[in-house]
Ligand binder design. Structure first.
Ligand code: PLP
Length: 429
């Protein structure tokens, strides 16, 4: 499988090159040259397949022959070692819980898959890479955990001092080994800016291979398509049309869902549910794409003003907005609506949704599902990751799961930095 740059000004590359580079030299996102549908029999018999088999069949064409079958299956077995249950909360609504991984964020699967691919590509010590990533919270923990101890990979995480939750901070500062946390005196945008500058700085890139670990990277983006297949396997027996509502920030997750649809997955509608960062919602209404600076919300993992994966979604519909609108819709909700939805779900069903999941729930409610439809919203983080707002909104306490309990007692280790020069110094030392 070859990947081309969506800016069309860079050479095509293999899967391994796309993973190692992250972004194409012309600053475009890599995109697979072909997407070949899976045989109908795959979907007819999916309930008989285990998750690793489903994942293998779905991802194989994107990896091509660069990771042999046995190794790829081993990687998937390792990555998918937890559950992805659909929990029904209303007659025609279920939540797909994606938070049962080691850091309780849905980003665990992508981060773990990418880490293990890089580990494989470096098996002969030929492809040492440094993963540089800025985080506003959840990405950092998932990446730190996923890459811990992976041979030939150093991870440098930048996070804004005092702007991530205590649990999130512990998750990215307590691991040690090949993981370094840089605590930036600034906000998330400052961290992001430093990372971008480093990628363009030849005095760094001539000397070391830098890559990103956000959903720009194909190895973090594509495995998210598994979720939609796992959900289908569980609700297929209901014989209803499936509507997915995906809480969206950079739109990597929902874009992977659309790839699953291209592979043949029967889906009636994809709903992108956003907070007030509504660039895509406005685009669908006006056909004008006008990104805006991000606004802070209680669903802060989705505080993105210019979603990086939206160009991939457009490409999946050959840049035809009318075709896009047939399968894809987008709605935006503010914090007040989000809290109201959290309360309503909790009071009616006892289910505790985190703010991101609640935005997804609102997306489904906005559509008024008919009798033949079954709605699934993705729960992208465990409520404990957003403890303050969940406990305050619902006036209840959330039990701290063992994964989280473990890190809370560990000692934080970070390096405080103020400027880009310090980042550079650290990378080149
Ligand atoms: C990253 C994240 C999202 C947004 O996912 P995208 O793929 O960027 O759209 C939603 N919820 C949580 C909890 C996240 O961490």
């Amino acid at each position: 499988m070859q990947y081309y740059s969506l800016n069309n000004k860079a050479p095509k590359v293999t899967f391994s090159e796309a993973v190692i580079k992250g972004l194409a030299p012309d600053r475009g996102l890599y995109f697979p040259e072909n997407i070949t549908p899976l045989p109908k029999s795959f979907f007819d018999t999916i309930e008989n397949l285990d998750n690793v088999e489903i994942a293998y069949q779905a991802i194989q064409q994107f990896v091509g022959n660069e990771i042999p079958e046995t190794e790829l299956r081993d990687i998937l077995k390792d990555v998918l070692s937890f559950d992805f249950p659909v929990v029904e909360i209303e007659d025609n609504i279920g939540t797909l819980e994606l938070f049962h991984g080691p850091t309780m964020a849905f980003k665990d699967v992508g981060a773990r898959f990418m880490a293990r691919c890089l580990g494989y590509f470096n098996r002969d010590n030929e492809n040492h890479v440094t993963v540089l990533v800025a985080t506003s919270g959840d990405t950092g923990g998932a990446v730190a955990n996923g890459f811990l101890g992976v041979k030939g990979v150093d991870v440098v995480i930048l996070y804004p001092s005092g702007k991530v939750s205590e649990i999130q901070e512990k998750q990215l500062t307590t691991l040690g080994q090949n993981i370094t946390a840089l605590e930036v005196d600034g906000v998330f945008d400052d961290c992001q800016e430093m990372v971008k500058t480093a990628f363009l700085d030849h005095s760094i890139t001539d000397y070391m291979q830098l890559t990103s670990a956000n959903s720009i990277n194909v190895a973090r983006w594509l495995p998210q398509l598994f979720y939609f297949l796992f959900a289908y396997k569980q609700v297929k027996g209901k014989g209803k049309d499936i509507v997915f509502s995906v809480p969206s920030g950079n739109f990597g997750n929902i874009c992977a869902g659309i790839v699953a649809h291209k592979l043949g997955l029967p889906v009636k509608q994809f709903i992108a549910s956003t907070n007030v960062n509504d660039t895509v919602v406005r685009y669908l209404e006006t056909t004008e794409y006008t990104p805006q600076p991000s606004k802070a919300t209680i669903s802060n993992a989705m505080d993105v003003g210019n979603p990086s994966n939206f160009v991939r979604i457009q490409q999946l519909f050959n840049n035809n907005i009318e075709d896009l609108k047939k399968l894809f819709s987008a709605y935006s909700f503010d914090d007040h609506q989000t809290k109201k939805a959290m309360k309503k779900v909790f009071n009616k069903t006892g289910y505790i949704a985190d703010p991101h999941g609640a935005v997804g729930y609102l997306g489904l409610k906005n559509r008024n599902l008919n009798e033949d439809e079954y709605g699934i919203f993705l729960e992208t983080a465990h409520p404990v990751k957003f403890l303050d707002v969940v406990e305050e909104t619902l006036d209840t306490t959330v039990k701290i799961p063992s994964q989280i309990q473990k890190v809370i007692n560990k000692e934080k280790k970070s390096i405080a930095i103020k400027s880009y020069d310090k980042l550079k110094e650290h990378l080149l030392q």
